[in-house]
Design a protein around this ligand. Structure first.
Ligand SMILES: Nc1ncnc2c1ncn2[C@@H]1O[C@H](COP(=O)(O)OP(=O)(O)OP(=O)(O)O)[C@@H](O)[C@H]1O
Ligand SMILES: [Mg+2]
Length: 281
C-alpha cells in the first residue's frame, strides 16, 4: 500500500490519529484500502485508471465528480460486484474470490439505480433478505425490517410490491435493504436522488448521526458538505483531489473544472453577502 493518496490535504485528522492509535492495539487501521485499481467494462470503456484511496474507520467521505467520473464503478468494487485489477482490502481482509462473501457482510452497497437492488415480490422480502442471509432469528428479522423501514419513513409498506412503488419510494426501500443488516461500512450511491425534501432531510439527519464508516457518491453537494468531513473528487477514474469538504466544496475553481458548482447553501450565503456589500457601497 505504498503508492496511496498522494494528495490528502489533511492526513492527520482526529479520526486518522485515533485509527493509528487503534492499529497499535491490533485493530485494523483502515476500513477501506484501495491500491492501483484499474477497471474497463466489457466493451473496453476504461472506468478506473489506477485509483488509490484509503478510508479510516468511522470516516464519512463524499465521492464527487462529473457524470462518468467513475464514482459508481468504484463503489461497485467495494463489495466485489465488479472486479478490476488492483488491491482492495476491507477492514484488513483482502477482497478475493474466497473472501467476497465475508466482505459483503462488512460493506452494504446501495446502488444508484434502485431497480438493480430490489428483486423480491414484496418490500418485506427485499428488506429481510440481508438479515435472513446472516441467519438472524425470525423475530429479530421482523424487528430489523420494521426498524429499517421506519428509518426511511416507509412504515406499513411491508406487503407492497417493490416494483410498483414510485422511484423515490424504491430508493428508500433500497436504502432500507442495507440498514436492516447493519454492515460496518455503508457505501451509498446517490442516496438522496429522487427523495422528496422531507425524506432527504430524514436521510441526512440519520447519516450525520450514524457511527459507521460512510462512503457516499453524490451530486447533492449540500448533503456532502453537511454529512461528510472528507471529500474526494474523481475524474477519468482517478482521484483529482482529496481533502476536507469545508475546503473542497468552497473551491469554486476546482468545482468548475470538474463540472460542479458550489453547494446551494454556500451560493445563497455568497449572494446574500454580495447584496449587503452592494447596499453598503
Ligand atoms: N455498463 C457499462 N458498460 C460500459 N461502460 C460503462 C458502463 N457503466 C458505466 N460505464 C462507463 O464507465 C465510466 C464511469 O461510469 P460511472 O457510472 O462509474 O460514473 P459516475 O461517476 O458514477 O457517473 P454519474 O455521475 O453519471 O453517476 C463512464 O465513462 C461510463 O460511460
Ligand atoms: Mg454513478
Amino acid at each position: 500500500m505504498d503508492n496511496v493518496n498522494s494528495e490528502i490535504r489533511n492526513p492527520k485528522s482526529e479520526i486518522e490519529k485515533f485509527a493509528i492509535c487503534n492499529s497499535q492495539f491490533g485493530i485494523h487501521k483502515y476500513a477501506v484500502e484501495i491500491a492501483n485499481l484499474w477497471y474497463a467494462y466489457p466493451d473496453g470503456n476504461k472506468a478506473l485508471s489506477g485509483l488509490s484511496l484509503r478510508i479510516t474507520h468511522g470516516e464519512k467521505v463524499a465521492l464527487i465528480g462529473r457524470n462518468g467520473a467513475g464514482k459508481s464503478t468504484l463503489l461497485m468494487h467495494l463489495n466485489g460486484v465488479l472486479r478490476g485489477n488492483g488491491k482492495i482490502v476491507i477492514d484488513g481482509l483482502e477482497l478475493t474470490d474466497k473472501t467476497v462473501k465475508e466482505v459483503r457482510k462488512k460493506v452494504g452497497l446501495v446502488f444508484q439505480e434502485p431497480n438493480e437492488q430490489l428483486f423480491c415480490p414484496t418490500v418485506f422480502d427485499d428488506v429481510a433478505f440481508g438479515p435472513l442471509n446472516l441467519r438472524f432469528p425470525k423475530d429479530e428479522v421482523r424487528e430489523r425490517v420494521e426498524m429499517a423501514l421506519k428509518l426511511v419513513g416507509l412504515e406499513g409498506y411491508e406487503e407492497r410490491a417493490s416494483f410498483h412503488l414510485s422511484i423515490g419510494e424504491k430508493k428508500r426501500v433500497a436504502i432500507a435493504t442495507v440498514l436492516s443488516y447493519s454492515p460496518e461500512i455503508l457505501a451509498f450511491d446517490e442516496p438522496s436522488s429522487n427523495l422528496d425534501p422531507k425524506h432527504r432531510r430524514m436521510l441526512i439527519n440519520w447519516l450525520k448521526s450514524v457511527d459507521k464508516t460512510l462512503i457516499v457518491a453524490t451530486h447533492d453537494l449540500d448533503l456532502a458538505l453537511e454529512v461528510c468531513e472528507r471529500c474526494v473528487v474523481l475524474n477519468n477514474g482517478q482521484t483529482v483531489t482529496d481533502g476536507r469538504s469545508e475546503e473542497i466544496l468552497r473551491d469554486e475553481d476546482l468545482l468548475e473544472k470538474n463540472d460542479l458548482e458550489l453547494p446551494l447553501c454556500l451560493t445563497a450565503c455568497f449572494e446574500f453577502s454580495q447584496k449587503l456589500v452592494d447596499n453598503l457601497s
